[in-house]
Design a protein around this ligand. Structure first.
Ligand SMILES: Cc1cc2nc3c(=O)[nH]c(=O)nc-3n(C[C@H](O)[C@H](O)[C@H](O)COP(=O)(O)OP(=O)(O)OC[C@H]3O[C@@H](n4cnc5c(N)ncnc54)[C@H](O)[C@@H]3O)c2cc1C
Length: 637
């Protein structure tokens, strides 16, 4: 018989099981707010969600949600109506639940009537206005940290990274001044992500709180044009570069230069700022990621809106095609984008690589020539497209949008930034922990620090840059502490039938309704009853059965009642030895113990649904349900 391989729980074992919190770059206790929603404690839920994240409300709308990807409910086998196990279940809709509590108690809360159905436990925004919220945030740090001396810190870029750095620097006792080239703050959130996914009012409300903390945001100022980098460095004690990656990449195709070809993020920016957008009626979007979908769906709405407003209907039907190198299965776009794009009428062509933009004699775009792509990645998962040189097609169009990635623009470093070394053009050399560049007092954050990722990664890196600026300016060390608590739960019970509940779909507007107006919201959001139902599916990974070996009578009753068969009683002699196991056995039974005389309860964490049936069944009271929770705090030394 092959010996069983086991892990012996170590000090952080139980907190590491809270996979949603571990996966979140700012370690939001998602489990905590989801369970609070399940129990109807909506205000508590909002406070938990907002604690580490200055962009909680925005994340509730558009976060890429690494917490959901890590959610253990998405891995345990699903129970069907007959109690049989089928396939893996689906993760908790954590992002949509966050939106629900933020709408109720966040700065955008405007009255709860629209979402509440018979639930009395609700109230208005936790703070009456941005100033009150700022005061609340300041109070959470009182006495824990020695504050800075109000030195001025320049932040270039008012995206989520720059504003998160500014938010934390203001709380840490500095005077952050954010320089932003655009007329509005919030970076790609305001000039990239379309309003049908993220209402501008939500952005404004969340930025108001950051301003109320004492952050000055100077919009319409381009560093390198309106103020030099050298001057910024002279006038500020430290500088954070948070300029993101906002230049659309080009492909260098024949015919690419000239009218009718647009960078995808340039198009999104123009639409966001209400600038005229000369999109045609037959549009090809090149790309297969989320940005390509934002571009294609925005163009589709723009055409629908323009058509509806034009008294004389334009002849012919409009067509928006999204052409991706990848097959449907390989496309980097989220499934939800693909499904919603299909529903709205985006024509999706998979497995085609662009070869040339075709133009007529007058130089106008007539189509894009593509070549069949047989494979995008090689055996080592490296990008190495393989083409069929005998299979070409031309997709006719009058405009082309390229959504094939973005790059940073660091031209402003020419005046005063020679000591900011770059490891390749446009990307500064950076210490991965402190985010310090090679120039004294100059730090980076966000997409510029780690490449294009998610909004929540930019938030995490902005916060990390703020801590590094603090250490640089105060010469004090900030020490991170994980404060862990263990609580025995005497009356732990789960909601009836929670294990068989299917994921509650997030309510959406009908595809035709979505196209009525470019800013018509696609997701209409959970009502209170739907939110509580979805939240009750959470497996509450922070709760775990803890076994007391001294009391256990080895009856095996716990394994017998376990509905997911995750427990097993095994003689120690059947276990594959490792250092941790040896140490645990020695600790329990002394050196040289006869392994054939002792047994262990093994638990398969991937299957445990925290139902507590084992604890209820145990005749010797040897199993208790314990809640483990942790938060991260910082102190100065
Ligand atoms: C179209 C699009 C959709 C996205 N959708 C999602 C999503 O749904 N979910 C998600 O999690 N992530 C999404 N992302 C990713 C997310 O928006 C980014 O990771 C995030 O915005 C990066 O933050 P940042 O602060 O580093 O950069 P940015 O948000 O790019 O902010 C940088 C700011 O710096 C300013 N700036 C640049 N140069 C200068 C200068 N010289 N002087 C002054 N200011 C300057 C820019 O104008 C900009 O406002 C999306 C990205 C794009 C492009």
């Amino acid at each position: 018989m092959t010996p069983l391989r086991v892990d012996v729980p170590g000090v952080t074992y139980h907190q590491d099981l809270i996979s949603c919190q571990v996966a979140c770059p700012v370690h939001t206790d998602a489990r905590g707010y989801v369970r609070a929603i399940a129990e109807g404690r909506f205000e508590d839920a909002y406070l938990i969600a907002r604690g580490p994240n200055p962009f909680a409300s925005i994340c509730g709308r558009v976060c890429g949600a690494p917490c959901e990807a890590a959610c253990r409910r998405g891995k345990v086998p699903r129970v069907d109506d007959d109690g049989a196990f089928v396939g893996p279940d689906r993760p908790i809709a954590i992002r949509a639940l966050k939106r629900f509590v933020c709408e109720l108690h966040g700065p955008e809360a405007k009255g709860a009537e629209s979402v509440l159905h018979g639930v009395e436990n609700f109230g208005p925004a936790v703070a009456a206005n941005a100033e009150e919220m700022a005061a609340l945030l300041r109070s959470t740090l009182d006495g824990r940290l020695e504050r800075g001396n109000g030195e001025r810190v320049a932040i270039i870029g008012a995206g989520p990274a720059g504003l998160s750095a500014a938010h934390d620097l203001a709380l840490l006792g500095f005077k952050p001044i954010v320089f932003e080239i655009e007329p509005v703050p919030a970076g790609m959130l305001a000039v990239g992500i379309p309003a049908y996914r993220l209402p501008r009012a939500v952005i404004e409300k969340e930025v108001e709180v950051i301003r109320a903390l004492g952050v000055e945001i100077r919009c319409g100022i381009a560093v390198g044009r309106d103020i030099s980098f050298a001057q910024l460095r002279r006038e500020h004690a430290a500088v954070v570069l948070a300029v993101g990656a906002k230049s659309s990449r080009s492909l260098g195709l024949p015919g690419e230069q000239g009218p009718g070809v647009f960078g995808g993020v340039d198009l999104l920016r123009a639409v966001s700022l209400g600038q005229p957008v000369p999109v045609g009626r037959e549009v090809v979007v090149v790309g297969g990621g989320n940005v390509a979908y934002d571009v294609a769906r925005t163009v589709l709405r723009q055409i629908a809106y323009d058509t509806a407003r034009t008294a004389a209907r334009l002849a012919g039907t409009a067509r928006v095609s999204l052409v991706s190198l990848e097959s449907l299965e390989e496309m980097p776009a989220d499934t939800v984008e693909i499904v919603e794009g299909d529903e709205e009428g985006i024509e999706r062509l998979n497995g085609w690589g662009p070869v040339a933009i075709e133009r007529d004699k007058a130089g106008l775009v007539t189509g894009v020539r593509f070549r069949r792509c047989l494979r995008v990645y090689d055996e080592n998962k490296k990008f190495a497209p393989l083409y069929d040189d005998n299979d070409y097609r031309v997709v006719p169009c009058d405009s082309v949008m390229l959504a094939v990635g973005q790059a940073p623009a660091l031209g402003f470093l020419e005046d005063g930034g020679a000591d900011v070394e770059q490891f390749r053009p446009g990307w500064p050399k950076t210490d991965p922990v402190t985010l310090a560049t090679t120039a004294a007092g100059v730090f980076v954050a966000g997409d510029l620090a780690h490449g294009t990722r998610l909004l929540i990664d930019a938030v995490a890196s902005g916060k990390a840059a703020a801590r590094s600026v603090y250490q640089y300016l105060t010469k004090r060390t900030l020490t991170k502490h994980a404060v862990t608590s263990h609580l025995t739960l005497d009356r732990y019970r789960r909601e009836r039938g929670y294990e068989s509940l299917r994921r509650t779909p997030v309510p959406l507007a009908e595809p035709a309704e979505r196209l009525h107006h470019p800013e018509a919201l696609v997701e209409t959001g959970y009502t209170a009853d739907l939110a509580m139902r979805e939240a009750s599916r959470c497996l509450d990974c922070g709760v775990t059965p803890v076994f007391d070996g001294a009391r256990c009578v080895l009856c095996g009753g716990c394994a017998d009642v376990c509905p997911t068969l995750c427990l097993k009683l095994a003689p120690l002699s059947e276990l594959s030895e490792n250092d941790d196991l040896r140490a645990a056995i020695e600790y329990a039974f002394g050196p040289g113990a006869d392994l054939s005389q002792h047994s262990a309860i093994l638990k398969d964490e991937d299957r445990c649904i925290r139902c507590a049936a084992c604890a209820m069944r145990c005749p010797a009271d040897a199993i208790s349900m314990e809640r483990v929770s942790y938060t991260t705090t910082w102190s100065t030394q």
